[in-house]
Write a protein that binds this ligand. Structure first.
Ligand code: COS
Length: 388
């Protein structure tokens, strides 16, 4: 249910202060230690960030998509590793159960996910299955009242801290594509489930990814999300439609933050006897960055409102994710350029945010996958109009 305008603006104001006073000042420490301090995680819990989107009946704030993106515009202003800490609970690690789970699964897991006592993680990608998500090789073999999982999942965000995994596995080996895939809620501690070493990444230090390995991992049949086999790929796609809007909103927040940094540096730094901000060649970069960030903000809000109105927004979510992630890449690159030599030096945060932003064009579907989703829908509509 939508919050009343006063409560919403209070929430957004509180988040903005948390970002400015707690998260941004801790960015260097988090990047260097590759860990988010416990007191910051506790602050996230206190603010209800883990439960932003969990339904109210289960202890969450139950934000609408529009409210969620407004919150994420603010949260996205801090280095992206902070958002990753609670974002799997808000999005991909929780939504499979929230959207398609049985009443029992919702009652069992959503309250813990909403409070942050359970960290949820989304296990779709595999060593040989990235963009081609329908080709999942991890298997789930039915044995009596259980399923036995075997396979490896890769680049799984928060897997090291997670206590619950939404796992896509093939229940029907005779179906090679999406139709043979099912989704499972698998708890850490289940014998046969282990996690691999934490990967060293280009950026976003403080956010962790690693493999999740299943070796004859036996889960009860009740772990099958929704209780119906063959629906797992669709569950994953529904989760990603929402997740892509969330990511696009995070890109907007980071774009706006980087533009602020760019301008602050340009007004303070002098060359040829004048502030950098007075030079027209740099002013073009400010203007292009503002237009990029503003366009991305408008797209995300429009798509979010359409989703709240019950429309299918697969195409809009892909447009927003593609545009906003490419835009933040351009803006982060211009910021390094405006900073000149200092842009290449660790002490100035331009280079960190440039590396951090790079991932947005890859995860939750690469730019090329978004192009395919958009173009497939457009050509199908055109063919239908032409009676083909
Ligand atoms: N919502 C609900 N159902 C959807 C859907 C959506 N957004 N998108 C597809 N489906 C359904 C289709 O309708 C189809 O159902 P039917 O078989 O009943 O007709 C089924 O799912 C298969 O769809 P499709 O044929 O489009 O699947 P493809 O194998 O061609 O894959 C892409 C489509 C490439 C778009 C998909 O694999 C994808 O998104 N890949 C990227 C994965 C990704 O983002 N990975 C990042 C890691 S996760 S953080």
């Amino acid at each position: 249910m939508a919050l009343d305008p006063g409560t919403l603006s209070q929430l957004i104001g509180t988040i903005r202060r948390f970002v400015d006073e707690r998260l941004i000042p801790a960015e260097t420490e988090v990047a260097e230690s590759d860990a988010i301090p416990d007191e910051i995680v506790a602050g996230m819990r206190d603010l209800g960030l883990f439960g932003l989107t969990a339904p109210e009946d289960y202890g969450g704030l139950g934000l609408t998509m529009e409210e969620e993106v407004l919150a994420v515009f603010e949260l996205g202003r801090a280095a992206p590793a902070f958002r990753s800490m609670f974002a799997t609970n808000v999005g991909i690690g929780m939504q499979g159960i929230a959207i398609d789970g049985t009443p029992e699964q919702k009652a069992k897991y959503l309250p813990g996910l909403a409070s942050g006592d359970i960290i949820g993680s989304f296990a779709l990608t595999e060593p040989e299955v990235g963009s081609d998500a329908g080709s999942v090789r991890t298997t789930a073999r039915r044995e009596g009242d259980a399923y036995v999982l075997n396979g490896t999942k890769r680049f799984i965000t928060n897997a090291t801290h997670a206590s619950l995994f939404t796992v896509m596995a093939r229940t029907d080996p005779s179906q090679k594509g999406a139709a043979g895939v099912s989704a499972f809620a698998v708890e850490r501690g289940t014998p046969g489930l282990s996690t691999g070493k934490v990967e060293k990444k280009m950026g976003q230090q403080g956010a962790h990814v690693c493999d999740v390995i299943f070796e004859d991992c036996r889960v009860p049949a009740s772990a099958l999300i929704g209780g119906v086999e063959g629906q797992g790929f669709k569950t994953a796609m529904k989760v990603l439609d929402k997740g892509r809007l969330h990511i696009a909103a995070a890109c907007v927040g980071l774009s706006e933050r980087i533009l602020d940094d760019m301008l602050a540096y340009a007004v303070g730094r002098r060359q040829f006897g004048r502030p950098l901000a007075d030079f027209q060649l740099l002013q073009a970069m400010f203007a292009d960055s503002k237009a990029d960030a503003y366009a991305a903000r408008c797209m995300v809000l429009d798509a979010a409102r359409k989703r709240d109105a019950g429309e299918d927004v697969s195409v809009e979510a892909s447009c927003a994710k593609m545009f906003a992630s490419e835009a933040v890449g351009r803006i982060a690159d211009r910021n390094v350029q405006v900073h000149g030599g200092n842009g290449y030096i660790r002490e100035y945060r331009a280079e960190q945010l440039y590396r951090d932003a790079r991932l947005f064009r890859i995860y939750e579907g690469t730019t090329q996958i978004q192009q395919i989703i958009i173009a497939k829908a457009l050509t199908a509509e055109a063919k239908a109009r032409a009676g083909l």
